[in-house]
Design a protein around this ligand. Structure first.
Ligand SMILES: [Zn+2]
Length: 202
């Protein structure tokens, strides 16, 4: 079981979440790694919890069916439930927004593609179509603006991580540590920059 956690600094808004309903499904965009041979697929893949794909050999369906080009094994993933809204908090802490049942694969990177939504913390104004691809979003809450001159909303997802469910792991000869512990120097630098960058200065 793998969970996607986000950390977001929210000013003036709360309950940030992907717009993910049956009529407007959200496509979660990931980099995927095979847990059998550890190969990371070079392209981004998209997973919708409303889409079912056939597994080979009539083994049923899954939200995501993927055959590793390297070892030829077929793996699957299912998003278990609707995303959980991320509530405004100070300081921002990582929170799981979706949980994914992964079989034979792991998602190692997440891109915040697609539309997100949030709610004005005081005004209750609904914001939709929020684009977080550059990690930041600004908008102006008109309702709150009646009482307040500069209620500029500011919001940034500055950290996207995967967390694993805690479980006992028997260490055998074949055991390989989780993919997140095997990232290369470049990825670690990107991650380090994300968590040390001051979002308000950009
Ligand atoms: Zn493989």
């Amino acid at each position: 079981m793998l969970a996607l956690a986000i950390t977001a600094e929210l000013n003036g808004v709360t309950d940030l979440q992907p717009e993910d309903a049956e009529a407007t499904p959200f496509y979660y965009t990931f980099k995927v790694q095979c847990t059998s041979c550890r190969e990371i697929h070079p392209n981004w893949v998209s997973v919708s919890r409303f889409e079912q794909n056939e597994q080979s050999g009539s083994r049923g369906e899954a939200n995501f069916v993927w055959r590793c080009k390297n070892c030829k094994r077929e793996h699957t993933a299912n998003i278990l439930e609707a995303p959980k809204p991320y509530a405004q908090q100070d300081p921002p802490k990582p929170m799981n927004i979706i949980t994914i049942d992964c079989r034979g694969l792991e998602f190692v990177e997440f891109k915040a593609d697609g539309d997100w939504k949030a709610v004005g913390a005081e005004s209750g104004t609904k914001f939709s179509g929020i684009d977080l691809t550059d990690g930041e979003w600004y908008d102006y809450d008109e309702k709150a603006g009646e009482e307040n001159l500069s209620p500029e909303l500011y919001d940034a997802i500055y950290e996207l991580t995967f967390t694993c469910e805690r479980r006992q792991q028997e260490i055998t000869k074949e055991y390989k540590p989780p993919a997140l512990l095997q990232v290369d120097q470049a990825s670690r630098n990107i991650y380090a920059n994300r968590i040390t960058a001051n979002p308000s200065s950009t």
